[in-house]
Design a protein around this ligand. Structure first.
Ligand SMILES: [Zn+2]
Ligand SMILES: [Zn+2]
Length: 263
């Protein structure tokens, strides 16, 4: 079993330490995993400051949110990877980034990413036209939105993410259901197009347990049944992902997420 979405420091002030890193290996081993994909989120690194301009300028909440989290340099992460990459561990480890795809600054992002060479890059949609739709702190903003339009934009941005050719994987497609809003429309054509683009660009999609783990135990686990079935019918590569934000959550829900791919 594999967990392709494990946050490493994720703002933890402990810093890049070998003993802390080895803790991930131990938890992964205990969870029966063969491989983990460790990542940091681009919003943690000052090198990506210009990418988040439309996010900061959207409102004060988001400006403060970014300021609180963007406090490290990607070089510290890269230095750490160099220190451990030749050591053999009982669990295979890939190092990468979860990259926010923001169409308004996609060209700037592409230029920044060119400078680095990670094992993998997974693209995620957390912002729609500047708005962070999955933030508990501004959940109320959903009430002023047209849910159908929000869903259409979410998918359009994921299509552009795929077409950018920058990524190996797509993080948590279906995260748009985070607060339970569902559109009154048939999404089949959107799901089909997403499947086609993932295949065209050789990308995997996550079957992620992140919403259930980090938002609410009441949210359905992983991809919704229709999206999952369309991705499977089109033979899209699907990988299981915990979206663990802390070390003890490595491998969370992975057996259940794995089972969904076999039924
Ligand atoms: Zn994410
Ligand atoms: Zn994540």
């Amino acid at each position: 079993m594999r967990d392709v979405h494990v946050h490493f420091l994720h703002g933890n002030p402990i810093g890049y330490r070998i003993d802390f890193f080895e803790g991930f290996i131990k938890v992964a081993q205990a969870a029966g995993l063969d491989e983990i994909y460790l990542l940091e989120h681009t919003h943690q690194f000052t090198e990506f400051e210009s990418v988040y301009e439309p996010i900061r300028s959207y409102n004060d909440f988001q400006n403060n949110w970014i300021t609180e989290r963007m406090n490290g340099s990607i070089e510290e992460y890269i230095d750490f990877i160099k220190r451990v990459k030749d050591t053999k561990y009982p669990v295979k480890v890939k190092f990468g980034l979860e990259v926010c795809y923001i169409p308004e600054t996609a060209d700037i992002l592409a230029d920044i990413l060119k400078k680095y060479d990670f094992d993998f890059l997974t693209g995620s949609v957390h912002w729609i036209d500047g708005w962070g739709f999955d933030h508990m702190g501004q959940k109320e903003l959903w009430k002023s939105k047209n849910v159908e339009e929000v869903y259409k934009r979410y998918y359009d941005i994921m299509f552009r993410l795929c077409e950018s050719g920058l990524f190996n994987g797509l993080s948590h497609p279906d995260s748009i259901k985070c607060f339970g809003y569902k559109p009154d429309m048939d999404l089949t054509e959107y799901y089909n197009k997403l499947a086609m683009l993932l295949n065209k660009h050789g990308m995997y999609a996550e079957n992620s347990g992140g919403l259930q783990l980090n938002y609410s135990p009441d949210i359905e686990l992983g991809l919704n049944p229709q999206l999952l079935s369309i991705l499977r019918k089109n033979n899209v590569q699907i990988e299981t992902a915990s979206d663990a934000h802390k070390q003890s959550d490595v491998g969370a829900n992975i057996p259940e997420l794995e089972k969904m791919l076999r039924i």
